[in-house]
Design a protein around this ligand. Structure first.
Ligand SMILES: NC(=O)c1ccc[n+]([C@@H]2O[C@H](COP(=O)([O-])OP(=O)(O)OC[C@H]3O[C@@H](n4cnc5c(N)ncnc54)[C@H](O)[C@@H]3O)[C@@H](O)[C@H]2O)c1
Length: 265
């Protein structure tokens, strides 16, 4: 056994500027966890490609990132549209000719009794939360593989636990978790790492909006709070995403990391 520095791929500690010279693609970057993730990659030195369907939010995040001294490209895209995903992937890959990190953060929620979920609801949730991460990863593979890149998807505690009133959402998030593990196994031999974070309740528009569901048990909402009884801040999820995308997680792939304040410990 030699010194640690003799092992393949040994690197010096790069600390907070772990993504200097690299490109990170973040979906859902106009708000919430995606916005925090775009900032977190930029703070670590990455040039950031921000994807979202919200043009005003994209303009804001681009201004914020440039103000902070980072390079940013924004792409307005409806991730529920397969053709639009292909176009966005081409633009993202062409921007700097490389993609080192891909964070699938965009998502939509559906809080409804299972009996009331329509086919249109199901398709909207599954297409955005599950099909889009698959199609975007697929479209970016020609850029991801040469970079020996890392993919991180935001699933949910509702993707690993049974959860009432979230049937379509849970199905999509559970599928996303296993999708990432499948891609980790398929492309791991070529150097691609794929991991998942599973937040509990996060203080964003998604977690704090919407009327109460008639007939639902309101106490169920407390299940996603951490052991200290609070929601996560978006940056607490973003830090976990950046860790899994960084070289500091170089031997971690196919992992499913709870970011839930210990709620499901
Ligand atoms: N907030 C929570 O409590 C929580 C908990 C667990 C997991 N998550 C997951 O975290 C991710 C981010 O959620 P958030 O809380 O930041 O939500 P959010 O609503 O604040 O932000 C979601 C972003 O995704 C974008 N988006 C949605 N559908 C899109 C589409 N079809 N095309 C392009 N962009 C689209 C929105 O415009 C928005 O900017 C989601 O995948 C969500 O399921 C959230």
């Amino acid at each position: 056994m030699g010194q640690p520095s003799d092992l393949p791929g040994h690197r010096e500690f790069t600390g907070r500027r772990a993504f200097t010279g690299q490109v990170a693609v973040v979906t859902g970057a106009a708000a919430g966890i995606g916005l925090a993730t775009a900032h977190a990659f930029a703070a670590r030195g990455a040039a950031v490609v921000c994807l979202d369907r919200d043009p005003a939010g994209l303009a804001d995040v681009a201004a914020q990132l440039r103000q902070a001294g980072a390079e940013a490209l924004t792409i307005e895209v409806d991730l529920a549209d397969p053709a639009a995903i292909t176009d966005a992937a081409d633009r993202a890959a062409d921007w700097r000719g490389r993609v080192d990190a891909l964070a699938h953060v965009a998502g939509v929620n559906l809080y409804a009794h299972a009996a009331d979920v329509t086919v249109a609801d199901w398709d909207r949730v599954l297409n955005t939360n599950l099909r889009a991460p698959f199609l975007l990863t697929q479209a970016l593979l020609p850029a991801l593989l040469p970079a020996r890149a890392a993919v991180v998807a935001v699933s949910s505690v509702a993707g690993t636990q049974g959860w009432p009133y979230l049937s379509a959402y849970s199905a999509a998030k559970g599928g996303l978790t296993v999708l990432m593990r499948s891609l980790a196994v398929e492309y791991g031999p070529q150097g691609l790492r794929c991991n998942v974070v599973c937040p509990g309740s996060v203080a964003t528009r998604m977690a704090t909006s919407g009327p109460p569901l008639p007939g639902a048990d309101p106490s169920i909402l407390k299940r996603g709070l951490g052991l200290t009884g609070r929601r996560a801040r978006p940056d607490e999820v973003a830090d976990a995403i950046c860790f899994l995308a960084s070289a500091e997680a170089s031997f971690i792939s196919g992992a499913v990391l709870p970011v839930d304040g210990g709620a499901f410990a």
